[in-house]
Design a protein around this ligand. Structure first.
Ligand SMILES: Cc1cc2nc3c(=O)[nH]c(=O)nc-3n(C[C@H](O)[C@H](O)[C@H](O)COP(=O)(O)O)c2cc1C
Length: 371
């Protein structure tokens, strides 16, 4: 399973793994794929710098990348208004009432409150780029469209290619016009922010739309070697996976006890492919999440409409912290795709990659037999 991207990035397998965990990202790179660290959770650029120092020391010299979240436009940024003042009291009352009903206790008096995820403000995402370019990164990916032209130029000056996610062929065309090098065709079934077109339809549309002027990675619903083979058959030069890494042994974010799955992981292990929902409650933009009592509550008649980005995230930030602290698998706020139905065991990253490679070979052999 080798494509041009293997030469371009110096990787053994064209498997790109998005993850918010540096431990998982480093393990993906060590196993021959390209680990891509999600930066959105770093409100403090110095913390990101320290984590990238750790990556530099733990990737055995193997290439890795970073992912930033730079929406095309954040109208509220720069206004003198405190964003908290734009959140209606009705929304805050709904959150308090709902967490109470779900048995999620308040945070301890002395525990530090998150200020919310600020990584999707342009100013913060730009600081992520500045910090990341001081490290030997091999890719910058952007979650919500093409990064601004000057950011693409800045990456290219450092010899770093830029990737951008696309949920429609017209997004992909625009990315290429903007100078993006790699288009990540991300289908409806994916975890996190996602569009409305399924991977099976989207991927060949995007491959045809970019017509060789950018490499295309397939994302959304990939969790086995058979699915990698299908993606490459549809014209992708590699795969980009997000959900699968959440149940790897190296993923310890939110864990409370060493060696035991976190409440979030327990919930994912038990979920089927029907147990996700696409909703605006996580960030204000449609994102696929695990369906739990928390997502159900937002469908009840007394629930308000989610707010636009970035207000919704600020609104739910403390709720997410409370939910994570409570550790109840029935009340989880977590992006995950429909592939969650295959995520049935905690597995080391190297084993996941070995299955992707072995499963790909077996699928290609099977096709050869019926040709
Ligand atoms: C927990 C989680 C968080 C995500 N956060 C981001 C993000 O910050 N930036 C981004 O570009 N994509 C993000 N995504 C989407 C992934 O990059 C990827 O496109 C998607 O997971 C692929 O589909 P899959 O979930 O079926 O593997 C996230 C996905 C998950 C599951």
């Amino acid at each position: 399973m080798r494509t041009d991207l293997c030469e371009k990035f110096g990787i053994d397998h064209p498997i790109f793994g998005f993850t918010p965990s540096e431990h998982v990202a480093a393990a993906i790179s060590r196993a021959g794929g390209l680990g891509v660290l999600g930066c959105v959770r770093f409100n403090d650029p110095d913390e990101l710098d320290a984590v990238l120092d750790w990556m530099d020391a733990n990737t055995d010299g193997k290439p890795y990348g970073v992912d930033i979240v730079m929406p095309a436009k954040i109208p509220t940024e720069g206004a003198s208004t405190d964003l908290n003042e734009l959140i209606p009291a009705e929304h805050r009352a709904f959150i308090d009432r709902t967490l109470d009903q779900l048995g999620v206790p308040p945070l301890a008096e002395d525990s530090a409150r998150n200020e919310g995820v600020l990584g999707w403000l342009h100013s913060v995402a730009r600081s992520h780029v500045d910090v990341a370019l001081r490290h030997p990164i091999k890719l910058i990916a952007n979650a919500l469209g093409s990064p601004p032209n000057d950011v693409i130029a800045q990456a290219h000056e450092h010899g770093v290619p830029v990737a951008a996610l696309a949920g429609k062929a017209e997004h992909a065309r625009r990315h290429v016009e903007n100078g993006v090098d790699i288009v990540i065709a991300q289908g409806y079934e994916a975890g996190g922010h996602t569009g409305e077109i399924a991977s099976m339809v989207l991927l060949p549309e995007i491959v045809d739309a970019v017509d060789g002027s950018a490499a295309v990675l397939a994302a959304g619903g990939i969790g086995s070697g058979r699915q990698v083979a299908a993606a490459l058959a549809l014209g992708a030069q590699g795969v980009w996976m997000g959900s699968t890494w959440l149940t790897t042994a190296e993923y310890r974010l939110g864990a409370r006890e060493e060696g035991k799955p976190s409440a979030m992981q327990e919930a994912l292990l038990a979920a089927t492919s029907s147990d996700t929902v696409r909703t605006r409650i996580y960030s204000g933009k449609p994102a696929r999440l695990l369906k739990t009592k928390w997502t159900d509550a937002w469908n009840k008649p007394d629930a308000p409409d989610p707010l636009p980005m970035p207000l919704q995230n600020i609104l739910v930030s403390e709720a997410h912290q409370r939910i994570n602290t409570a550790g109840d698998p029935e009340v989880v706020a977590m992006p995950v795709g429909q592939i969650v139905g295959r995520m049935n065991a905690i597995t080391p990253v190297a084993e996941v990659i070995a299955e992707l490679v072995g499963g790909f070979d077996a699928a290609v052999d099977r096709l050869d037999e019926i040709r």
